[in-house]
Design a protein around this ligand. Structure first.
Ligand code: BTN
Length: 264
């Protein structure tokens, strides 16, 4: 059965947000929704613009990876923030919280956050975030790119090369989900948490702690080509993941140069 198409009017129906989704565009096919969002970034009136697509030919993931999906089986979203003042790490953490809450509210699934930008269900990756920033006329603009695996079945994850095992909402719930309602809920949650990030970063950290799959766990990571193992004791929004190292000492690892190899 073909999934119901994403529809601007349905997504907009009853949407009550301050910034995110104040304008919504749905593409059938694009290169990358992040690329489209950047094309709108010179006009401050486009603050909060949400670009959705049914399919991307050149979807980007973090660290130069590709983000692949089958047509109509995902949420592929980019939100443009023009001249935004929140710390970039808080934007990623707040977006991760928004995605986890959306999946819980719409599908009843316990989604967890794997720092810095993965959303996992049953230890497998269900969604990811790619935050990009550019400076224009002295102000920083952001595009938050979000991919959520909705209707993909197991063959999709067997056929493709992924950095970590993947899953979808359909695989985890065995239910067809309404992507328009998921999209509306996601815009609402992003608006809420991005707003909170501007005034109360601690609230995002507190929620991240509740949803983290790593806090209190033993983690091995690679930082600048070196391996480190330790117990995750927290996250600092500006600096990164905090580990109590096995060989002594506490160290903070910034997201840009860190890959999580294992967590137990
Ligand atoms: C990651 O986990 O590596 C981040 C994946 C982000 C994918 C989304 S899909 C919508 C937006 N457009 C892109 O090209 N990438 C992001």
């Amino acid at each position: 059965m073909d999934p119901e198409k994403l529809d601007v009017d349905i997504i907009n129906d009853g949407l009550k947000t301050v910034i995110v989704g104040n304008n919504i565009i749905v593409f059938n096919n694009t290169s990358s929704t992040n690329d489209i969002a950047w094309q709108y970034s010179t006009n401050p009136k486009n603050n909060g613009l949400a670009i959705f697509a049914e399919h991307q030919d050149a979807g980007r993931g973090r660290r130069g990876n590709k983000w692949i999906s089958r047509p109509g089986q995902s949420i592929l979203l980019s939100v443009l923030l023009v001249g935004h003042k929140c710390h970039p790490q808080l934007l990623t953490l707040g977006s991760a919280v928004a995605i986890a809450e959306t999946i819980k509210n719409c599908c009843g699934l316990e989604a967890r956050i794997k720092w810095p930008n993965d959303i996992i269900i049953s230890e497998k990756k269900a969604a990811g975030i790619l935050l990009e920033s550019r400076v224009n006329n002295g102000q920083t603009n952001f595009v938050i790119g979000i991919g959520i695996n909705c209707g993909h079945d197991k063959t999709f994850f067997e056929d493709s090369d992924f950095q970590m095992p993947g899953t979808s909402i359909y695989i985890e719930s065995r239910k067809e989900i309404n992507r328009n309602i998921l999209a509306r809920t996601l815009l609402t949650k992003l608006d809420e948490w991005i707003g909170i990030g501007q005034s109360n970063g601690d609230k995002i950290i507190e929620k991240w702690r509740q949803l983290s799959s790593q806090l209190g766990h033993r983690i091995t990571l690679e930082y600048n080509h070196q391996r480190f193992t330790g117990n995750c004791i927290g996250v600092d929004p500006a600096e990164g993941l905090i580990l109590q190292l096995e060989n002594g000492g506490v160290r903070i690892f910034e997201a840009a140069h860190t890959s999580i190899l294992r967590h137990l």
